[in-house]
Design a protein around this ligand. Structure first.
Ligand code: HEM
Length: 401
């Protein structure tokens, strides 16, 4: 097959990653390759590295399933934001950034805790948490900032309870996570936030060893083969992943529902809530970029990705790929058509996806049922959108009823 030798003098300087969104829902324009062109192309990274940008659905899926690509931070270049890398070493136990066999060992210790069956068992408790937040909103009366009053507290309370992290400590871990996902913050501050968060969780692990409770950290602490640092690293990953992602899906998802009557009706209907949640996951792709580096030369769709070159996988674009989804930019267009990549793919595919689904499937209908008159309290273009976070979302969502 033909292999393109890239980086020749005749080629124009490849573009950096487009980041400016035309509105809160759509990815930046210009990502989708014209029909017939490769859906992987050259991209300049924040540190000047000449790597690649993959925007096709099939392309992204193939790379995520390919063991010749690694997520290890010491190999990766930053696709956007600061030129320096936050940390060159993976924190102990932080298996999102590991290859097998390390990744396999840590993930296996957790899979039993995140099965569909285990999440079903949590449903009643999650419903209670949702009802309590809605009661509090109703008691306070309109208007409300839905991020502060609902979208953030629900997943925070759920993951805290699952892990055994005191919710009353949220001010600290909330600030640290916000800094960790901010790609424009200076490196020193990101490292400091990560050290604070793992330090906090390491102290908690020590306490759980002394006084075990019925929670995930306690059950990990009962495993004599795991060190406190490893458990703290695993817990750090779960705490970050467990509330930032779902919170932003709830906030952005509600904004979609408030601006789209057909989808709103589908989200309020038990018969269509599941497909509606999947469609919102596809349409919004809150985790919009993943990064992998080739550990050996790999040919992808006729392009030669050399060992050491980093690929940015744009999940936002892949989930709007017109070759995969008909009328992909319309919310609701792919309802009932599975196969979105919002939870990733391959061995790192989201461990918490069943938990996230349960939360979203319960939260949207409960919110819409409790406040049938729910509407925006500001013009849509004035809702503050996050622009410098690796997880797409909203700062605030002013609503009234
Ligand atoms: C991994 C998205 C909720 C825990 C991932 C990945 C994506 C993702 C795209 C793959 C990352 C990669 O390949 O580099 C989401 C979205 C969520 C969500 C969109 C909500 C709507 C959660 C929740 C948890 C969680 C609630 C709770 C514990 C994890 C963990 C990983 C992960 C532990 C790493 C898995 C591994 O490396 O094997 N998530 N996630 N996620 N997610 Fe989620």
């Amino acid at each position: 097959s033909d292999v393109t030798l890239s980086g020749t003098a005749a080629e124009p300087a490849p573009q950096t990653l487009p980041l400016t969104r035309p509105n809160p829902f759509d990815p930046p324009p210009g990502l989708t390759a014209p029909a017939g062109e490769p859906r992987i192309r050259r991209m300049t990274f924040a540190d000047g590295h000449l790597g690649w940008l993959a925007t096709g659905h099939t392309t992204a899926r193939a790379i995520l399933a390919d063991p010749r690509f690694s997520p290890r931070p010491e190999l990766n270049h930053p696709p956007m934001g600061r030129a320096e890398k936050p940390k060159d070493v993976t924190p102990s136990g932080f298996f999102l950034l590991m290859d097998p066999p390390d990744h396999t060992r840590y993930r296996k210790l957790l899979t039993g805790q995140f099965t569909v069956r285990r999440m079903r068992q949590l449903e009643d408790r999650i419903s209670e948490i949702i009802t309590e937040r809605l009661d509090a909103m109703a008691a306070a009366g309109p208007p409300s900032d839905l991020v502060r009053d609902f979208a953030l507290p629900v997943p925070s309370l759920v993951i805290c309870e699952l892990l055994g992290v005191p919710y009353s400590d949220r001010a600290g871990f909330r600030r640290d996570t916000e800094q960790l996902i901010d790609f424009e913050l200076p490196e020193q501050q990101v490292t400091a936030a990560l050290d604070r968060l793992t330090g906090y969780l390491q102290e908690l692990v020590a306490r759980k060893r002394a006084e075990p409770a019925d929670d995930l950290i306690s059950s990990l602490a009962a495993d004599p083969t795991l060190s406190d640092r490893e458990i703290a690293g695993m817990a750090t990953l779960l705490l970050i992943a467990g509330h930032e992602t779902t919170a932003n899906m709830l906030a952005l998802g509600t904004l979609v529902l408030l601006t789209d009557p057909a989808l709103r009706a589908a989200a309020a209907d038990p018969a269509t809530i599941n497909t509606t949640v999947e469609e919102l996951l596809r349409y919004l792709s809150v985790v919009y970029v993943l990064v992998r580096t080739a550990v050996t030369d790999v040919e992808i769709e006729g392009q030669l990705v050399r060992a050491g070159e980093t690929v940015t996988l744009h999940l936002g674009a892949a989930n709007r790929d017109p070759e995969r989804f008909t009328d992909a930019d319309r919310p609701g267009a792919a309802a009932g058509r599975p196969g979105h990549l919002a939870f990733g793919h391959g061995i790192h595919q989201c461990l918490g996806q069943q938990l996230a689904r349960v939360e979203l499937r319960l939260a949207f209908p409960a919110l819409l049922r409790r406040f049938p008159g729910l509407r925006l309290a500001a013009p849509p273009e004035e809702v503050p959108v996050r622009t410098r976070a690796v997880i797409h979302g909203l700062h605030r969502l002013p609503v009234t009823w």
